[in-house]
Design a protein. Structure first.
Length: 379
């Protein structure tokens, strides 16, 4: 099979696997063991990895909390803020195109009386500014806005959102899971007070993520969700996943250093894909003229359900959208937020490319895809 679903997950790069390998074997110590060299070595490895990741996002290493992935980091951020909030500041604001990890956590908090506001987006997925201005006020606790949309690849312009949040004393939580290696991630340029990272979206191991918490101007304080041992400054107890942390640091380092090169190489593939797609009658590419990451193409074919097209292409690994919601049977909430009908949402398909995709595989994939679209749609 030819893999075209890199936004769902990525393979672990050989350099990342090599960096992780010793920490499964001869360097197996617990980073919390402070009485012998096995623990000291593991603790030092975590310290160095934390420094590397912090440098990749222009943060300080003390501002990072390691988690089991982006979903846990989002839950820790939102529920931690909520439990630490004051009665006069409990409002939760989020964009309609946020990942389900954000949307579902916010709806869970709504059941406990936290006021929530969903911000509509335009046809490209950019947040409606008037709606933001009306929603963000002195009662707002946090505004949630992802940097790169996992389905469409849209790069959300966050500076204005961050400025509105800061002006009203609210925090900005940025889900940057899809960003490393695709677009620069700088917490200060973004204006993020909390930021979420995921290792397996950028050629690192699964089950590994991190939460950035700004230390000053303003200082972010959250309550823990997991207790027992006081790890990660008491904010996330549990034995640290040393191999995963080391692997995440190496993956983030490679993604940050090679972002421009990858953009050129993979961007050429994505552009060629969309050039050929546009030659087929009835194909509509989402956010075609908007700022998008170089590897993602989201499109629909009039009158052809994406599930039918996928079945017609057994040699290609494709996706209708987020892996976290693809089995639910409901139309994508992202597509619906962009103004699509249910029918149009079910016609929508995502192709996401990655650095391990070979040129010959890509050529084969385009040929099979375009042939199947013409055959199945009857054009």
């Amino acid at each position: 099979m030819i893999y075209l679903d890199y936004n769902a997950t990525t393979p672990v790069l050989p350099e990342v696997l090599e960096a992780m390998h010793p920490w499964f074997g001869e360097r197996f110590g617990n980073a919390a063991s402070a009485t012998h060299s096995f623990g000291w070595a593991a603790s030092e490895a975590v310290k160095m990895a934390r420094e590397t990741i912090a440098q990749c996002i222009e943060a300080e290493r003390e501002e990072l909390i390691f988690c089991s992935g982006a979903t846990e980091a989002i839950n820790l951020a939102l529920q931690g803020l909520a439990m630490h909030s004051k009665p006069e500041r409990r409002g939760l604001v989020y964009l309609a195109t946020e990942h389900k990890a954000v949307v579902d956590t916010i709806k869970h908090l709504a059941s406990f009386g936290f006021p929530i506001t969903e911000i509509p987006v335009d046809a490209n997925g950019v947040a409606e500014q008037k709606a933001l201005e009306a929603a963000i006020n002195q009662q707002t606790l946090v505004v949630c806005a992802m940097l790169v949309n996992n389905e469409t690849g849209l790069i959300q312009p966050l500076e204005h959102i961050a400025e509105m949040a800061r002006r009203n004393g609210a925090f900005l939580l940025c889900d940057a899971s899809q960003a490393p290696g695709k677009t620069p991630v700088n917490v200060h340029q973004i204006g993020a007070d909390l930021l979420v990272l995921s290792a397996h979206k950028c050629y690192g191991p699964k089950g590994m993520g991190a939460l950035y918490l700004r230390r000053k101007n303003p200082r972010v304080q959250i309550a823990p969700m997991i207790f027992g041992g006081g790890h990660e400054k008491g904010l996330r107890s549990g034995t640290l996943n040393v191999p995963g942390i080391v692997g995440m640091a190496e993956a983030l380092r490679l993604a940050t250093e090679n972002c421009s090169q990858w953009a050129q190489e993979i961007g050429r593939m994505r552009d060629e894909l969309e050039r050929q797609l546009q030659q087929i009658q009835g194909v509509h590419i989402t956010a075609l003229k908007a700022a998008r990451v170089y590897n993602t193409s989201h499109f629909r074919v009039e009158g052809l359900r994406a599930s039918s097209l996928i079945k017609a292409l057994p040699g290609l690994a494709l996706s209708t959208g987020s892996a976290c919601s693809s089995a639910g049977g409901e139309p994508s909430h992202v597509c619906k937020a962009l103004g699509m009908t249910d029918k149009q949402a079910f016609e929508s398909l995502r192709i996401s490319l990655g650095i391990t995709l070979q040129a010959r595989e890509f050529s084969t994939a385009i040929e099979q895809l375009c042939s199947a679209i013409r055959r199945e749609s009857g054009v």
